[in-house]
Write a protein that binds this ligand. Structure first.
Ligand code: AP5
Ligand code: MG
Length: 191
C-alpha cells in the first residue's frame, strides 16, 4: 500500500491537493475535518461534541479522533493506499497512527508538509469564508487555528523527521505546479 500523510497549517491546500492525489494515484482520502463536518451536519452526538471544539478553532480530543480513524481504517478492504488529510495533528495521534498501520503490516510511506506563510493562509481562508459556510472561517477563529497548529501540530514534523519520511513541499503558487512537486515526491517513494 501507498500511505501518505498530507500535512500543513489551516489553508495550506491539504484538501485541494488531496483531490488531485486520489485522482492520479487511486487512493482513499480520509479527512478528519470532513468526517467531523458531516457528523455536525447530521447533528449526531459526535457532531455535537466536535462542533464545540471546531467553532472555537480548537482540536477535538485525541481519543475521539483516534477512535474515528480506527473505525474508518477497519472499514477499508482492498485499497491501494490511503491519504491522511488533517490527521495526525498531535504527536500522540502520530504514534497512534503508526500503531494502527503496524497491525496491518503497514506504515506511512511519505509525509508531505505544505509550506505556506501565515499571511497567505489568512488571505486564503478569509476568501473561502465568503462562500464556504464553514463556522471556523472567520478572522478570529482562523488566527486561533493557526496558533493551535503552531503549538500542538507543528511538533508532528519532528516525529516524521525521525521516521525518515518527512518531505517539505513549497505550497505557494499555481495549484498544478504544487501538484507537480507533490507527484515528484510521491514517485520518488519506493513501496
Ligand atoms: P480541517 O478540516 O482539517 O481544517 P484545517 O486543517 O484548518 O485546514 P483547511 O481544511 O481549512 O485547509 P486545507 O489545508 O485543507 O486547505 P484547502 O485545500 O481547503 O479541520 C477543521 C477542524 O476540525 C480543526 O480545527 C479541528 O477542530 C478539527 N479536527 C480535524 N482534524 C482533527 C484532528 N486530527 N485532531 C483534532 N481535531 C481535528 O485550501 C484552503 C483555501 O485555499 C481554499 O479556498 C482553496 O481553494 C485555496 N487554495 C488552495 N491552494 C491554493 C493555491 N495554491 N493558491 C491559492 N489558493 C489556494
Ligand atoms: Mg481541508
Amino acid at each position: 500500500m501507498l500511505n501518505i500523510v498530507i500535512f500543513g497549517p489551516p489553508g495550506s491546500g491539504k484538501g485541494t491537493q488531496s483531490e488531485k492525489i486520489i485522482e492520479k494515484y487511486g487512493l482513499v482520502h480520509i479527512s478528519t475535518g470532513e468526517i467531523l463536518r458531516k457528523e455536525i451536519k447530521d447533528d449526531s452526538d459526535l457532531g455535537k461534541i466536535a462542533k464545540s471544539f471546531i467553532d472555537k478553532g480548537e482540536l477535538v480530543p485525541d481519543q475521539t479522533i483516534i477512535e474515528i480513524l480506527e473505525k474508518k481504517l477497519e472499514s477499508l478492504s482492498n485499497v491501494k493506499g490511503v491519504i491522511f488529510d488533517g490527521f495526525p495533528r498531535t504527536v500522540d495521534q502520530a504514534v497512534a497512527l503508526k500503531k494502527m498501520l503496524q497491525r496491518h503490516g503497514e506504515d506511512v510511506n511519505v509525509m508531505l508538509n505544505l509550506e505556506v506563510d501565515r499571511q497567505e493562509l489568512i488571505a486564503r481562508l478569509l476568501k473561502r469564508g465568503q462562500v464556504s459556510g464553514r463556522s471556523d472561517d472567520n478572522l478570529e477563529t482562523i488566527e486561533k487555528r493557526i496558533r493551535v497548529y503552531e503549538e500542538r501540530t507543528f511538533p508532528v514534523i519532528d516525529f516524521y523527521k525521525k521516521e525518515g519520511t518527512y518531505t517539505p513541499i513549497r505550497g505557494v503558487g499555481e495549484i498544478n505546479d504544487i501538484f507537480k512537486r507533490i507527484s515528484d515526491a510521491i514517485d520518488a517513494v519506493k513501496v
